[in-house]
Design a protein around this ligand. Structure first.
Ligand code: MG
Length: 258
């Protein structure tokens, strides 16, 4: 299957979609999830500041979806019988090369490298087989987590919801095989997480079908599909990278004030 690579950027004062070919961004006109055309504008990829390549109505996240991460997270070794869901606010979204700001309320802010999946069309109650056809594309997500606050709380809105806690990008890529995708995280250039979607407890299609039997999903909605083993803390000045095979490298710097 052929792949296409999309990004978002500011162009003539407006956020727009672009399609990447080689080192060039072709500006698109219209709705990426509906009708669009290639406009008569190009910009160089190098030197262009990219926005998060998603326009979701909601960000739905899955916790504890790799057995090795379940083991490192809990004293018990109980694998969830159903997907564990939570949400991140849209105000947590940042793009590639933007700064993750560690808040003063937390002493431990962790990276979580994840495969992000973007929905193609409005849907409800789809089976896993139907959902697989309704995936528009894949991106990289860092589910940044205030681990100390997450552990204090029964639900995770606080620990997962700070501004800048959802870096996404650099691209949204269509035509990848969600059943077999590598995901890697590097902290200051050193590999910390390395896994593949085939090691998920619930497959991407099963996860989205489960979510879709709860809530209507809209075109552009973002699903963060869980992190593998190897999560860890970030300190001021650290560079965290999340790479999903076929997508590219999402790179962000960490800032802690005080
Ligand atoms: Mg996560």
């Amino acid at each position: 299957m052929s792949t296409s690579k999309y990004c978002r950027l500011m162009h003539e004062g407006k956020p727009v979609w672009g399609q990447i070919s080689d080192e060039t961004i072709q500006i698109l006109e219209g709705d990426l999830f509906g009708q669009f055309s290639i406009a008569d504008h190009k910009v160089a990829l190098i030197g262009t500041k990219l926005l998060p390549p998603v326009t979701p109505s909601k960000i739905v996240c899955v916790g504890l979806n790799y057995a090795d991460h379940v083991r490192e997270s809990q004293s018990s070794n109980v694998v969830p019988q159903e997907p564990v869901l939570f949400m991140k606010p849209l105000t947590s979204l940042i793009g590639p090369e933007e700064t993750i700001v560690a808040p003063p309320q937390s002493q431990r802010v962790d990276y979580e490298g994840e495969i992000g999946v973007v929905i193609g069309a409005r849907c409800k109650d789809l089976s896993p087989e139907e959902v697989a056809k309704n995936i528009f594309g894949v991106t990289c997500v860092n589910d940044v987590t205030a681990r100390d606050l997450q552990k204090k709380d029964l639900q995770w809105t606080r620990g997962k919801g700070f501004d800048t806690f959802c870096p996404v990008g650099p691209y949204l890529v269509t035509g990848l095989d969600c059943k077999n995708l590598n995901v890697i995280s590097r902290l200051n250039g050193e590999t910390r997480q390395t896994s593949n979607s085939r090691y998920m407890i619930f497959s991407i299609a099963e996860l989205i079908s489960f979510i879709n039997h709860i809530m209507t999903l809209l075109p552009g909605d973002l699903i963060a599909t869980g992190t593998p083993e190897g999560v860890g803390p970030m300190k001021n000045g650290d560079i965290i990278e999340v790479e999903v095979e076929g997508v590219g490298v999402l790179r962000n710097r960490v800032q802690r004030n005080g």
